[in-house]
Design a protein around this ligand. Structure first.
Ligand SMILES: [Zn+2]
Length: 483
């Protein structure tokens, strides 16, 4: 963090747009599937043709209720859809249907890894706009995305660092994934975030002027963008300048932000209730029905993993950051015999996670099954293979999809713990290297590593390291008294 920033407190609020996984759009029956021929998924409603009337998609309401309950928000019994007017080619009606002064729900919040609670301002329902596509000479408009249902989740400006902002976003991301209301695919823009960033002098109460960075679509980019923007603003302030309230774009290649347009105030949008849509009434019964069907949420699961499997908090947090990963881990524990859940977590979070990322697998379609991972951990726990051989076995599991028991048998990788076999090899290696024995006897005990290396090499790494160490030490020590 730049020295410049030490004089300031960073104030960050986030607005997250989360695309809901519904078959059809928010106010019409058009498909929401990603891609497709431009303008193939359109109809008079989402094209904004005169006389077409919107009808609310009920699945959207149930998704919104689920998220509200998951973050402890207060659901408004009567909320109102409002028209947000602005002119842009990708907005055929000349307004976006959103919610303004009577949003779907308010309050609630997200607990960060540090335990700090970040309150939400609101969650509301709105429709997405279309997309402008710019060619060399012409520009085009694709309205497949127009009318796709979004939830906008707005935090209070309680976030104080780029790291807190990305932690907030990760936690919210995992909640919507656990609820299965959104695939939250950030690359496709199904989960994207605007960050409002401002600075105030340390200890000051008055907030500084904020700038909004638009459409950040990765956890890493949100951190980079906030860092850059904070330093940019600090630079202006210490040089006696003033911050202009504006909307910024983040360029991921250069890692910098640049102004896009001056920031609109809400009165610029001339909001008013949409006369084509009735007041949205949510009754208690509907809320209760959703409450009963809520799955275990990441925070609850994290707590349970710590208690039930005696995992360190950091492992539990990582495992529950993704629904499929959490399921994978939990199903592996059902096959554990000798190994510990902690050891299974280690293998899943390091070796397996790396392969899943590198090979673009998902935990659900991964050729290394949860049962296989458990078998591998069992084999280590039972002393059948060493941790080092386990890496060889794992590599083979990844390449062939075979289970570890088969691989260990086929490749003859069973660890040698048999004392007499170990003793025979140790004695041979000791006898073959009198110079190193003399070094040991003269007090250079580090030379023991030389012998261990030789023994492991000769046995193809298959000898039990603890047993080798014990036999080796007693053999060398016997030379002391025996000479
Ligand atoms: Zn439509």
């Amino acid at each position: 963090m730049s020295d410049l920033l030490q004089q300031f407190d960073l104030v960050i609020g986030l607005e997250v747009h989360c695309q809901l996984d519904t078959q059809s759009k928010l106010f019409c029956g058009c498909s929401t599937s990603f891609g497709g021929e431009p303008n193939a998924h359109t109809c008079p409603v989402c094209l904004g043709l005169p006389g077409a009337l919107p009808v609310v998609n009920k699945k959207v309401l149930d998704s919104a209720i689920a998220l509200a309950l998951a973050v402890g928000a207060d659901i408004r019994q009567r909320s109102v859809f409002a028209r947000k007017q602005y002119f842009y080619p990708d907005l055929p009606k000349g307004y976006q249907i959103s919610q303004f002064d009577l949003p779907f729900c308010e309050k609630g919040g997200i607990t960060l890894t540090s335990g700090k609670f970040i309150e939400l301002t609101r969650i509301h329902i709105e429709e997405d706009a279309g997309k402008n596509v710019h060619g060399d000479k012409n520009s085009f408009v694709d309205l497949n995305r127009a009318g796709i249902p979004l939830l906008e989740i707005v935090s209070t400006p309680q976030l104080e660092s780029a790291e807190e902002a990305s932690d907030f976003l990760r936690r919210l991301h995992s909640i919507v994934r656990f609820l299965e209301i959104s695939n939250a695919n950030m690359e496709e823009g199904s989960f994207r975030c605007d960050a409002n960033v401002s600075l105030k002098r340390k200890g000051a109460t008055k907030l500084g002027t904020r700038c909004e960075i638009k459409n950040l679509n990765s956890f890493r980019n949100i951190e980079r963008a906030i860092h850059y923007e904070a330093v940019r603003q600090a630079d202006i302030i210490v040089q006696g300048g003033t911050i202009i309230q504006q909307t910024m774009l983040f360029d991921a290649n250069s890692g910098s932000t640049r102004p896009m347009r001056s920031k609109e105030e809400s009165h610029d949008y001339r909001y008013f209730p949409d006369p084509d849509l009735p007041v949205l009434f949510i009754n208690e019964e509907r809320i209760e029905k959703t409450r009963k069907s809520l799955p275990e949420l990441p925070a609850q699961l994290e707590k349970r993993f710590i208690e039930q499997f005696e995992l360190p908090a950091v492992d539990a947090a990582q495992l529950t950051s993704d629904r499929d990963l959490a399921k994978y881990f939990e199903s592996s524990t059902k096959f554990l015999k000798k190994g510990t859940p902690k050891l299974a977590a280690n293998w899943i979070l390091s070796e397996l996670a790396r392969e899943v990322n590198d090979r673009s697998w998902t935990y659900m379609n991964c050729p290394v099954s949860a049962q296989s991972i458990a078998q591998l951990v069992n084999a280590i726990g039972e002393g059948t293979i060493s941790g080092k051989i386990a890496k060889t076995v794992f590599k083979s599991m990844v390449e062939t999809g075979k289970d570890p028991e088969t691989i260990i048998k086929e490749e003859g990788l069973v660890q040698i713990s048999d004392k007499s076999a170990i003793r025979t090899l140790v004695e041979r290696i000791v006898n073959e290297n009198p110079a190193q024995v003399a070094e040991f006897l003269s007090g250079k005990e580090k030379i023991i590593g030389f012998f261990v290396g030789r023994i492991m090499k000769e046995s193809g790494g298959k000898m039990n390291p603890a047993a080798v160490n014990a036999v080796l030490l007693s053999t060398l020590n016997s030379k002391k008294v025996g000479s």
